[in-house]
Design a protein around this ligand. Sequence first.
Ligand SMILES: [Zn+2]
Ligand SMILES: [Zn+2]
Length: 320
Amino acid sequence: MILTFILSSLLPDSVIVRLFGGSSLDRVVVKRGRKTFRISASRGYLYVNGVRKRIFTLRNASITYPIKRRYKGRLIFKPKKNGVRVYNKVYLEDYLVSVVASEIGNAPLEAVKAQAVLARTFLARWGLRHGDAHACDGNHCQVYKGVYRISKVHIRAVKETRGEILTYEGRPVEVLYHASCGGWICEPKYIWKGGRKLPYFWTGEDEDCFKDTNDRYTWKVFVPLNTCPKIKRIPGTLRVYMLIVGKDTLYANDFRKRYNLPSAVFAYWCTSTGVIFIGTGRGHGTGLCQRGAIIKARRGWKYKDILEYYYKGATVVKVK
Ligand SMILES: [Zn+2]
Ligand SMILES: [Zn+2]
């Protein structure tokens, strides 16, 4: 009981999101009903249709510039760094519905429910990650686009997992996921320098993805390197961990980002003009594999089983 009480305090009722990745904009145009608000900032003040203000808020409004977006809850505008910083204060459940729609899209219910629990866990783990906001709206935190591409499955998944987060020994887990592991899951230490050793992450085969031969998840990339690299694979897997290119030794995850390889599960050969990589999977390969979660959901797995498969020894707890 005490534990549930402590965990429930980690979960906000409303989420404050920094929009536009947290950057300040030269100007923003917002509409509510027929009214248009042109907002800019200068020397620590906002100018809303020419009227000077310290802060400005609007309910149920749509942004029409620099991009068109509609948001539930309240939009908040503050002058920051000679520009306008835009925030959205939105009910937790509305935020989560939007995040799962962007992060996993249209998928079987149980896979979306697993994603919903992770999205909620992220908030419980980080608190106010951006100081005056819980999250930004980009990849750095969780992708959030307001009312955008939301369907019934997202609403239902959030509703049916209400108040639930994933914990290990009473703490919210580190939230990591990727699009497709290509058959091989790994621990964070193989992806990032100083990647922490957390007991629930593991390295090995994700059988469903290993057997899956969906072309969407296989790829071929040519990289014009003039030396033929050497690789180190994670023992017992086909996932590459390190690359040695000339005098440089680098993490495969950094290499793949630099040269736009979708994943680090690959084979390669060298030619006179460069290196041809052929691989499978998408993303870093640690934490929950969305492709695997989708296949497992189709095979009848429940979301708790999916989460406990990728997070060994972790438990879903209802905290609110
Ligand atoms: Zn962020
Ligand atoms: Zn997988």
